[in-house]
Every structure is written in C-alpha cells, then in structure tokens.
Design a protein around this ligand. Structure first.
Ligand SMILES: [Zn+2]
Length: 491
C-alpha cells in the first residue's frame, strides 16, 4: 500500500514546479498515522517514565528524538559542533543533608522544615544575606499611593506580602512577581497557607517562563520564600492580634534590621534541546523554527511541580508526546518531499525542547543561544497538547491557534482540507495566566518573533497520570501534522 502511494506522489511531483494542490495531495499521502502512533506510544510508555527533567526518561526521550532525526536525515542544527544536542543546566536535586537553612536575627526558623522556596533555579550552593525587606499588605497593593511608594523603593529589596485575611478578590502571584521583576526587586516572602506548610517539607523549583532570568543563572531567578505565619509574625515582632489587624488594612513599611541569611545547597543536571534541520540551497535564506517540548513531569511525587501530585507515572501522551510526534512527522514529511525534488526556500529548524514544564527553560536557552539569529527567523511554530481536539457533536475535531489574525484566516481555511477545524485563540498579554505565557512560543514572542501556537483544550487528564496513549485522537493528530507540514511549505 505504502509503495503505491509513493508512486502516485512521484507522479505528482515530476513537473518542474509543484502546483499547490499537488503539494496538498502529496502531504496527505505522506503523513502517516502509524508513524504518529508509534512515536506517541513510545514517548508515553511507562518505560519513558513520564520524561521528567533530571529523570532517566528525559534522556530516553532525548535519544529517541535524536535517533528519529538521524533516520529522517535531518542535519544537526548546530553545524560547527556537529551535534543535535544543545545542553544546559536544569534544577536538580537538593542535597540530602541540610538543603536549606534560614536564620533571622540569629535564630533558626527552618525548624520542622516549615519553609519552602519556589521559582528558584537550584543546583548551586547559594545564599541571600541581609537583604532589605519591604512589608506590604495585599490591600496595600490596590492603593495607588502605596503602589507608587513600592515602585520607587523596591529595587534591590525583598517584598514581604501579608495576604488579606478576608480576600475580596483573587490574588495573582504571577502579577505580583511580574511587578517585583519590573521594578528590580529581589524576591518575595509570604506566609504560606496552613495546609501547604503541613503537607510539605521543602518545595523548590522554577515556574513561569516570564520569570526566567537573563542567563541560566541561579542568582538571577526571583525566589518566592514561603514561611509559617508564626515565623512571619516573629520577623515583624507582632502579636497575633496586631498582625491580623494590620493584614486587614492597606499598609506598607520596611523591616528594621533585616539581619537574615538563607542558604541553599543542591546539585544540577544537564538537559538538552534536540535540534535538527533541513537546509535551503540558498545559504542566506531566512529560517523557520518548529518546536514542541518533549519533557513532562515524570514520576510523581516530584515536589518541583506541585503539591497536588500523587504517585504514578505521568505519561504525558497529550502533553506533549503528541506535539513531539507531530514535530518528528512533519520533519519526515518535508524531508521526503525534498528527496522528491522540492527545494526548500527557507531553512527549517526542528527542536524538541527540554524542561518546558519547569518554566520554559529549554526554549529560553534556545532563544538566547539560537542556531541562527532570531532576527532571521520568519516565525516560530509551537505545538503543545495537539493530541486531543475538542470533538463536536457533528464529529468536528477542533483545535486552537494562537497567532495574529492575518495568519489565522488562511490557516482556518486550510485546516478543513485536512479534516480538522481551527478556532482563533487570541493572545492575552495582560493576563499572566493566559497560555500566551505558558508554552515555548513565549520565549520567542517576548523577543518580537512572530509565532503560531497550535494546541487543544485543557482536559480532565491534564497533568495527571491518566494522560495516556489510548486517549489520543490519532485522526486529529494526523490532521495537525498535515496542516503544519503544509503551513511550513506555504508560509
Ligand atoms: Zn505542555
């Protein structure tokens, strides 16, 4: 069967130039549902252990992609180094003995491990010492004069935030962290919810790509330090009643004599983006970057991610074995066309990104050390969770595309030819919980690179051990792989 298809494709491609409908037919016959199934099945197998950063499955997945890229005939994107791997450091493990220690005015307050730290790239021994601290209440953050005071004064300091005991509006940690980052603060201290403290020992990790530092450097991360409320009261020298009263009002102050020291010790591990390419015969051609993260959250419980995690293997079939499969299959399709005489007008760089789940670390690294300059990039095409479209009653398989309107309209039309539907997903750049900030395209979009982000809806198996191979809609995934292959040729 496959051979007959191939002959048809050859016949279609024999002319001097390829007419558009011919390319469409060629792609239709080249993209293989069986290949896609095989990739998802392997990447989302228990053997790959959920592809957690720093876990064995991460390396198995990376080597699987390298093997596929080689088989397809992609060249290593880092030509001079002759390698598909772009290595970088990711948060590893805390040291077993005394991983974290905090003293305030000479007193240890890390007894019973009632302290934890997030959004921090550990893996290095590191300390913060006697850094000034501004205290503000959540209500204070809504008061323009207090906000202005903070803008003027927070540079080089930690913000100690007292939550509203009777919150009337939802508090956004992301917005607060963005504020601290924008005005050059050093980090955030907060009393943690009781449940959190009692369930946890130490939590460390890096979350939120927009918080990632300029370099992959521990000192540039903005840590969030959670303490027990009783310890916060001691730091502020306040009794319970007085503390409660203050927390209810709009209030700002500086902690006097912030004599404190926070020490962290840990080890890091090496992760790698896997980067292959198809080169245009024109060496000065612009390039297109196609990306999908191949990591997921590994075997639970991994405290770097969330306290909600339970035991089990987080196979991540949809998130994001699906995108990785489509990445490999679109590369294979373009390569097959090239062998049939298609001449690439652009260079195509295919990247399996690592450490996305820890805060877009891999794509951040690539955007800082790209194989080709970003200003020569036509666009970045990202696929994340493309295995489970929204299936409508009439059988329509609907995906979302985040990009600009101009690009969306022709792609919406094209999608129908490949038996899927596209819905426009406008980027909301003012809401830090929006997916605009939550997958690898952001690392490029934030640097002004045009992007397309294909994804499906968030579903009940999202970030659960039940995100499995057999729940993938392979017709839908095939449709996406075809649409992406065609988009790469036409746009
Ligand atoms: Zn994902």
């Amino acid at each position: 069967m496959k051979n007959i298809v191939f002959v048809i494709v050859l016949m279609l491609l024999c002319g001097p130039t390829l007419a558009q409908p011919d390319l469409k037919v060629a792609i239709d016959s080249l993209v293989s549902i069986d290949e896609l199934k095989q990739h998802v099945k392997t990447l989302a197998s228990d053997e790959f252990g959920g592809r957690g950063t720093g876990q064995e499955g991460e390396y198995l997945a990376a080597e699987y992609i390298v093997k596929e890229f080689k088989k397809i005939g992609l060249e290593p994107a880092f030509e001079l180094l002759n390698t598909y791997h772009q290595f970088f450091y990711t948060p590893g493990k805390l040291s077993k003995r005394k991983p974290i220690s905090l003293t305030w005015a000479g007193r240890h307050i890390d007894n019973n491990n009632k302290i934890f730290l997030v959004n921090y790239l550990y893996g290095e021994n590191w300390e913060i010492k006697n850094c000034p601290v501004i205290v503000v209440t959540a209500k204070g953050l809504t008061e323009p004069s207090i906000l202005q005071n903070l803008k003027d004064n927070i540079s080089g300091k930690f913000l100690l935030l007292l939550p509203d005991p009777n919150p009337s509006r939802e508090f956004s940690l992301r917005t607060t962290m963005k504020f601290i980052k924008d005005f050059k603060g050093k980090g955030l201290i907060m009393p943690a919810e009781k449940a959190r403290i009692s369930n946890e020992k130490l939590i460390m990790g890096t979350r939120g790509g927009f918080l990632a530092p300029k370099e992959n450097n521990a000192k540039d991360f903005l840590p969030i330090l959670y303490l027990a409320e009783s310890d916060v009261r001691k730091i502020l020298k306040l009794k319970r009643k007085a503390y409660k009263k203050i927390a209810e009002t709009a209030w700002v102050n500086e902690v006097d004599e912030p004599i404190w020291k926070l020490q962290i010790s840990g080890v890091s591990n090496a992760s790698a983006n896997i980067c292959g390419m198809i080169k245009s015969p024109n060496p000065n051609a612009k390039h297109i970057l196609i990306g999908a993260h191949y990591d997921h959250v590994g075997k639970g419980f991994d405290p770097r991610f969330s306290r909600k995690f339970s035991a089990g293997i987080y196979n991540g079939a949809d998130d994001n074995a699906s995108g990785t499969a489509a990445l490999i299959e679109s590369a294979r399709t373009l390569m097959a066309l090239k062998k049939l005489g298609w001449q690439p007008k652009y260079h195509y760089i295919f990247v399996g990104f690592a450490a996305e789940e820890l805060g877009l670390i891999g794509s951040n690294i690539y955007a800082k050390r790209p194989a080709f300059p970003l200003k020569e990039m036509r666009y970045m095409l990202n696929m994340d969770m493309v295995g489970r479209p929204d299936v409508k009653r009439n059988g329509e398989k609907r995906y979302k595309l985040m990009t600009d309107m101009k690009l969306y309209l022709p792609l919406k039309k094209l999608a129908k030819d490949f038996n899927i539907q596209l819905a426009f997903d406008p980027p909301d750049t003012s809401n830090f919980n929006n997916v605009y900030f939550r997958s690898d395209h952001y690392s490029f979009a934030s640097k002004g690179v045009p992007f397309m982000f294909f994804s499906g809806p968030e579903h009940q198996d999202y970030h659960k051990p039940t995100d499995d191979y057999d729940k993938i809609n392979y017709e839908g995934l095939t449709g996406i792989a075809k649409l992406v292959a065609y988009t790469l040729l036409e746009y």
